[in-house]
Ligand binder design. Structure first.
Ligand code: G3P
Length: 218
């Protein structure tokens, strides 16, 4: 499973990249706002800065909701860097735009997906990635991981090439569950990636190994 980081923070992206296990980045308008990135030029420059840190797909989201607007924005975003993937919302105009981008060689990530039905549409339009928001599905008293399982199953039956990108990850356990469910990618906050390292027996074991070494070698 590929690991993406879900943030617009250059500091966090650099920290995750330094671990040597980072495959890509996803952002969204809320994450950009959290970093205080505003104004078209600054936003575009920020995407280029991210692309210069990570050698992998970087999702940059459109804010238009009509076909023409989505296409115009997507073309500008895609021209920024070869690693840019245009993130398009799961709405009718978005699906039409995804099909257009697919036909014109521009990779897309279909976002705000909450059901297998929506994921089916994204795959049919040729999205390179589909982003089910598993944390938000859990918040609505449904099982986000189960939706991942369903999508992976359906894509497998028909051989769809669209990668299942589990988003809205809230914990390290979510990451493991998505791996178990066969997600192609998990996009995670840095805290959830860091949480994967933790096990008390590792700490206890390491402490003992070092203490035993020190006993003999000073
Ligand atoms: O990747 C989507 C993500 O940024 C949404 O996460 O925690 O706001 O549901 P969250």
């Amino acid at each position: 499973m590929k690991f993406f980081i879900d943030t617009a923070s250059l500091k966090e992206i650099k920290e995750a990249e330094a671990l040597g296990i980072l495959d890509g980045v996803t952002t969204n308008p809320s994450l950009m706002a959290k970093e205080g990135i505003k104004g078209q030029n600054n936003i575009l420059k920020h995407y280029v800065d991210i692309c210069n840190i990570v050698n992998g797909p970087v999702s940059a989201e459109v804010i238009s909701t009509d076909f023409d607007g989505i296409i115009k924005e997507g073309e500008i975003l895609a021209a920024l860097h070869p690693n840019i993937v245009v993130k398009v919302p799961m709405i009718k105009e978005g699906v039409k735009a995804i099909k257009w981008f697919t036909d014109n060689g521009i990779k897309t990530n279909c976002t705000l997906v909450f059901s297998a039905a929506q994921a089916l549409l994204a795959a049919k339009a040729g999205a390179a990635m589909v982003s089910p928001f598993i944390g938000r599905i859990d918040d609505s008293n449904w099982d986000g991981v189960q939706v991942i399982e369903q999508i992976v199953h359906i894509y497998g039956i028909y051989g769809y090439k669209t990668e299942v990108l589990a988003a809205s990850i809230r914990s390290s356990l979510h990451i493991v569950k998505c791996a178990e469910a066969g997600a192609d990618i998990a996009t995670c906050p840095l805290s959830s990636i860091n949480g994967l390292f933790n096990h008390p027996l590792t700490d206890i074991g390491l402490e003992k190994f070092l203490a035993d070494y020190k006993k003999l070698n000073g």
